[in-house]
Write a protein that binds this ligand. Structure first.
Ligand code: NAD
Length: 283
């Protein structure tokens, strides 16, 4: 039986509408308009598209956004100075540094410089620690988007085996942490580039989350019949966007699956809007 599709676009639209409503109420009550400051260094074409999409999404959700475009030659110190200015600007509630940064800039130093109360990507160690302890201030956008999709789709996570492939700080690690958190209560296996026989683990997954960055890495016959498959991957192959899962054969075996595009991607932006609103409400 073919899987039902988890429609990230539709779920994200609902989340955006909720953010718009709450932002409108906040403005009426306090005069505050949640404000996201985005920083884009260099000319990476994909990053330019991502930042533009985020700006548009902010506008539609009643949030203010400003874009700070810096040239490729920007020094780390210049970038840190801008972040300090935004940290102390009371009109800015969220700061987003678009990744990747040029090679001469150390991303960790830069991300650590964002004030934890304005860290709407939830990359700062303080926010990562709070999330791990189950008392999050902000949730990391992509994993939070996945959790929202599971929740809206009535996917039971408690007591089920979730397998996450990928251990990046942005997706894989926090994804595993959220799935194992009290309330979600999944039993989690995290696979990575040094895991042997990934197929075996995948075949045991009730919920399979692929965040590898390799087109169609997860083969259709790695999917346990009836599993829920979440494909985080966004890979450009020629002129197409392809996920980390071999979609059609996987959809034949899964009970639910996210498409690429139109799956996790839109949820990530919706969660960024949600975090910006949360940051504005914390004042
Ligand atoms: P990353 O490159 O930082 O991490 C990839 C992870 O995959 C690593 O932890 C590595 O251990 C693992 N890996 C690599 N090769 C492997 C192999 N052969 N076997 C098993 N594991 C392997 O990437 P990322 O930032 O976590 O992103 C992963 C994918 O998700 C990319 O396609 C990226 O574009 C996409 N992404 C999508 C969204 C979204 O909003 N949908 C957000 C962030 C990232």
């Amino acid at each position: 039986m073919a899987a039902s599709i988890i429609d990230g676009k539709a779920i994200s639209e609902k989340t955006r509408d909720e953010v718009l409503q709450e932002a409108t109420e906040l403005k009426a009550r306090t005069g505050i308009v949640p404000h996201l400051a985005a920083i884009l260094v260099g000319n990476d074409p994909a990053s330019q598209v991502y930042v533009r999409n985020k700006e548009r999404a902010c506008e539609k959700a009643g949030l203010r956004s400003t874009l700070h475009r810096l040239p490729e030659t920007t020094t780390q110190q210049e970038l840190l100075t801008l972040i300090q200015q935004l940290n102390s600007d009371a009109s800015v509630h969220g700061i987003l540094v678009q990744l990747p940064l040029p090679k001469h800039i150390d991303s960790v130093t830069v991300l650590d410089a964002v004030h934890p109360l304005k860290d709407v990507d939830a990359f700062h160690p303080e926010n990562v620690g709070l999330m791990l302890q189950g008392r999050p201030r902000f949730l990391p956008c992509t994993p939070a988007g996945v959790m929202k999709m599971l929740q809206v789709s009535n996917v039971q996570t408690a007591g089920r085996h979730a397998v996450v492939i990928g251990r990046s700080d942005i997706v894989g690690k926090p994804m595993a942490a959220l799935l194992m958190q009290k309330g979600a209560d999944a039993t989690v296996t995290l696979c990575h580039s040094r895991t042997t026989d990934i197929r075996r683990w995948c075949l045991e997954a009730d919920i399979l989350v692929a965040a590898v960055g390799i087109p169609e890495f997860v083969k259709g016959d790695w999917v346990k019949p009836g599993a829920v498959v979440i494909d985080v991957g966004i890979n450009r192959v020629e002129d197409r966007l392809v996920g980390d899962v071999e979609y059609s054969p996987a959809a034949e075996r899964a009970s639910m699956i996210t498409p690429v595009p139109g799956g996790v991607g839109p949820m990530t932006i919706a969660m960024l809007l949600r975090n910006t609103l949360t940051a504005a409400k914390m004042i």
